[in-house]
Design a protein around this ligand. Structure first.
Ligand SMILES: Cc1cc2nc3c(=O)[nH]c(=O)nc-3n(C[C@H](O)[C@H](O)[C@H](O)COP(=O)(O)OP(=O)(O)OC[C@H]3O[C@@H](n4cnc5c(N)ncnc54)[C@H](O)[C@@H]3O)c2cc1C
Length: 395
């Protein structure tokens, strides 16, 4: 791999410059065509992989860059701030935590070098189900041990990038809920090799969505997964997934900061150049103030993202007690900042904001998702209320 990612002494400014240089090769027109056709940005993802960015969190001994969560967050932020869409590949970074922290030495040696080199793509994360939704502990997909295999039956929904990934990190129930010792036990995590599974127990249906997200629904019908693909111990999968979810929240929050920066830069530039009533619209405080407010909101959220990334990095096994509150708050504040900036940018552009060629309506749709996925705003507020402030449980 001809890695462009700066290695030894982690230099965030240099990493940001390198990401920006790569993204400059994928301008608005590239994304507009894909958005129209709901196409997958294969060239963009290949370029990021080739440059080593998608292996940022994989330790150097396995062929990755061994960078920190802070550096990974900077990569995702710069992708969004450049007008590109990291949603096409961000899962490769955040699913990594589960494999790195809970996978066996054999599993890491088997999978990580291939993921780092780009030979294998780990882009798909199957947690959400149609009937249980946000109530993850109520999921119904089962994995039953039969000799040296597990037999998987059930359904997932909103499994993004499943058609563009070789591996799927899957959460399934191995012990019936009523027989589990604790309500958080009885779930297990598997690394499913989708290449072997296609046509033999798994089917994938794309779902057309508001934004180009390559999301799908998956059906499992007696899918056989080798027992050696179980990550960690059977029954403890929910805990393993949670530490990965904190990484996911921090990285998505960083993407939101990047989106907010893009909207603010775009609005500021337009407000300076667009002349109506004989002066730039940005000379009117009615136009200036929303831009300034969006900037302040973004900067405040950015501080929380940095705090969460630093805490994640410091914690060996980043459970709720280590960085859960900060990861959740970073996601909440980041998503709010990007959504406020998106609305402001559209308003600043008047009618032109709605025209496809300005890229604003596309980014507006893309950033709206983060109010709902990968965790919706209400669920974050509920976490803070109950786990941080000690208010009574509501569910
Ligand atoms: C484009 C897209 C891509 C996605 N990619 C993935 C993926 O790759 N992998 C994956 O596993 N999932 C993925 N998801 C799923 C996503 O994480 C869920 O949509 C999200 O967690 C919300 O779950 P739900 O849609 O079932 O909503 P529900 O759980 O049905 O909730 C509906 C609404 O009710 C609110 N609500 C529910 N319960 C409560 C409560 N107790 N108190 C207050 N409010 C409540 C929620 O906040 C939400 O606003 C994706 C979703 C989308 C749209």
């Amino acid at each position: 791999m001809d890695a462009e990612v700066p290695h030894a002494a982690e230099d965030i400014a240099q990493i940001r410059d390198a990401v920006r240089a790569l993204c400059a090769k994928f301008p608005g027109e590239y994304w507009r065509v894909l958005d129209r056709e709901r196409g997958y940005p294969s060239d963009f993802v290949a370029a990021l992989t080739e440059a080593g960015f998608l292996a940022a969190l994989i330790p150097e001994e396995y062929g990755g860059s061994g960078l920190s969560m802070t550096a990974a967050a900077a990569i995702m932020e710069e992708i969004q701030a450049s007008g590109c869409n990291g949603a096409a590949c961000h899962a490769q970074m955040y699913t990594m935590g589960t494999l790195l922290r809970h996978g066996s030495a054999k599993q890491k040696a088997q999978w990580l070098p291939q993921i780092a080199s780009g030979a294998l793509r780990l882009q798909a994360f199957g947690v959400t189900e149609p009937t249980s939704g946000s109530d993850t502990l109520n999921l119904r997909t089962t994995a039953v041990r039969e000799g040296d295999h597990y037999i998987i039956n059930g359904q997932k929904i909103w499994t993004s990038r499943a058609e563009h990934s070789d591996l799927l990190l899957l959460l399934a129930r191995t012990t019936p809920r009523e027989q589990a010792h604790k309500r958080t036990e009885g779930l297990s995590v598997f690394l499913v090799d989708m290449r072997l599974a296609q046509g033999t127990g798994i089917s994938v249906n794309p779902i057309r969505t508001m934004m180009n997200h390559a999301t799908t629904e998956l059906f499992f019908d007696d899918l056989r997964v080798p027992a050696e693909n179980l990550i960690g111990e059977e029954g403890h999968g929910f805990r393993y997934i949670l530490s990965g979810m904190n990484a996911e929240r921090i990285l998505i929050a960083a993407e939101c900061i990047g989106d907010a920066k893009w909207f603010i830069a775009k609005a500021s530039a337009y407000a300076k150049e667009r002349v109506v009533f004989g002066r730039p619209i940005g000379q009117n405080q009615g136009v200036q103030f929303p831009i300034a407010r969006a900037y302040a909101q973004m900067r405040a959220a950015e501080l929380m993202v940095r705090e969460a990334a630093a805490r994640y990095q410091a914690g060996e096994d980043c459970g709720a007690e280590d960085c859960g509150a900060e990861a959740n708050m970073a996601k909440l504040l980041g998503a709010d900042a990007s959504w406020a900036a998106a609305d402001m940018c559209l308003q600043t552009h008047g009618g032109f904001g709605f025209a496809e060629e300005f890229d604003i309506e596309r980014k507006f749709r893309e950033t709206r998702l983060y109010q709902t996925a990968p965790i919706s705003t209400n669920l974050i507020l509920s976490y803070l209320a109950e786990h941080v402030l000690g208010l009574p449980r509501s569910y």
